[in-house]
Write a protein that binds this ligand. Sequence first.
Ligand code: GDP
Ligand code: MG
Length: 713
Amino acid sequence: MKTRLKVALAGNPNSGKTTIFNGLTGSRQHVGNYPGVTVERKEGTLRHRDTEMIVVDLPGTYSLTAYSAEELVARDFIINEKPDVVVAIIDASNLERNLYLSVQLMELRAPLLLCFNMSDMAAARGLRFDLEKLSRFFRAPIVQTTGHKGEGLKELLDAITALAGRTASDTAPHVHYGAEIEKELAALVPLISAECRAADKYDPRWLALKLLENDREVRSLVASPGIDSHVAKSSARLEAIMGEHPETAIAGSRYGFISGACLESVVSTIESRRTSSDRIDSVVTNRVLGIPLFLALMYLMFHLTFTVGDPLMGFIESGFSWLGETIGGFWPRGSDSLLKSLLIDGVIGGAGGVAVFLPNILLLFLAISILEDSGYMARAAFIMDRLMHKIGLHGKSFIPMLIGFGCTVPAIMATRTLENRRDRLTTMMVAPLMSCGARLPIYALIIPAFFPGNWHAPLLWIIYVTGILLAILSAKLLRSTILKGDSVPFVMELPPYRMPTLKGVIIHMWERGGLYLKKAGTIILGVSVLLWALTAFPRQTEDDASRFETEREEIRSLDIHGGADAQALLEAIDFRESEAGLRQSYAGRIGATVEPLIRPMGFDWRIGTALIGAFAAKEVFVAQLGIVFSVGEADGESDSLREKLRENYSPLVALCIILFCLVSAPCMATIAVTKRESNSWAWALFQLAGLTLLAWILTTAVYQAGSLLNLGT
Ligand code: GDP
Ligand code: MG
């Protein structure tokens, strides 16, 4: 027997690998990088009885595909450096998921030892293992440990020494992949053994399997056009028969192997708890009921934001209008003081108009937090997984997308969990279509202005569902054109259901909601003041003022009795004067410049400036409408913003505004984070241009069709 054993620790992230590694090696370790990649390499030495060991802590992985640097490093280490023993560190409280890696190690024919760590947690969950049976299934010894207490480490070392002394058997078990795949394997294996030099170093069955899994590393390793074309034919045939990628089917079989093994050898003594969670899942993730239930929960969420949110919103609204009147009271009536206009039109009308929607936002975030903390969101992703597979993405993409209901920026950062770059880019590109919290104020302003109360929640629901559908369709489009390629099979982990704690939910709600308030106080306030200045300047010229005054004089001189007709004429002049003032303001000129572009969607220059401002942050759209309509006010009675919108636009235009805001380019922050995460301006600009164009086309189509049908005119 060798005197110096090479031992590799493999395992999922958070299975306790590093804990065990430290427990085994103590202080005799050093850290470096694997050659050529910035993946951490930790090595340490130890002596057990008469044996020297060098222990390597492999990077934590769930699988051994070629999709990530970590997985490749772990796999190559085992293949090239041939450790004497590979210890699979397993979180025994989460056995099935952790065993996925073990199955792959087993298939690599690594000298495998299973270390059931987190035994304390497993016991606490009421799990009991038939170790003898499991050990037979995997044909590997099993040791139980509790890493952070150092329990079982001696036994582990003994088992390592014992395993290293044994000669490898050729009868390592393998997963049975079902008749169809096994048939293809049986044809491929001899071909590989005969034709491929790599077969000296690698197990031919493993190579064949990897080729069917479409592993690019193995493909370039085998580098044989003959084998390639054989594999392509096999894959096509398998896909036709099974209706899914061989890759997916292979992953499925591995899980089948694990489920089978566990069903026979793992007993849960806490039967009731398990079944209650299972019972919920059998309904929630049900093939037929799953999606309707998801949609219903979303509906409930929006219903809540409106029914509970509206009274609260009215409360804040009257607070702000009281504030506006009080501040306005410092100036004489009809004063055209700039400061007054800045405070009332710019700050209260703009940023204040956005802050009004805080209750709705908080309620939406409250609902999202409850769904997330309870474990439901993971189920939502699981349900969507099936749908997403059909479009070449997997459910793991849906998690970032769900985060997008809150804010697109963290959603795009969450795409980091996707290993495949194409999946990641696709998800990034479509994530803004998941309607974010900042867009809610737009909907919450416009929907009640134009539509009756019983339509509010359904409309909001339709908007969000439209966003999801557009995201899915765009993803499908991207995946079948510029981001064409294979998708990664993935196993959705279903965390146990938990009763959300009040504290947790409040904290999560506040983390998001506080951000919103902060934004209203900073970016939105700043942009509001800027937009106000653009709307208020340049001020009306003396000439214009006197021209309107002359008109007024004429009317007054003609009508010495002060009749109603004259009154109406005078009001019309007031209106034209303010309208003319707005039009020649900077904002008006900018709006007029973009007007030809937005005219086909039914938008006027006012909406145009609001849309431009909304690029700073979506809420600014609401702020800018508030500013335009309050600066443009022909003095005196302030109708609410909603009333003014109703006077100026049709319900069709209102719908078009909503649609455009939902689909069009997200805010600056999103573009910036897309640039950072994709590491490319091209993708960031593609997102910006693509979404804007999509929004323009859809909105124009809706407006033109609606106008033709004479809707809302
Ligand atoms: P790694 O990602 O696989 O390297 O995992 P770590 O070694 O960093 O461990 C993750 C966490 O699990 C740490 O907080 C450890 O203290 C804890 N941990 C490790 N082993 C055990 C165990 O046997 N039982 C329990 N309850 N916790 C453990
Ligand atoms: Mg670690």
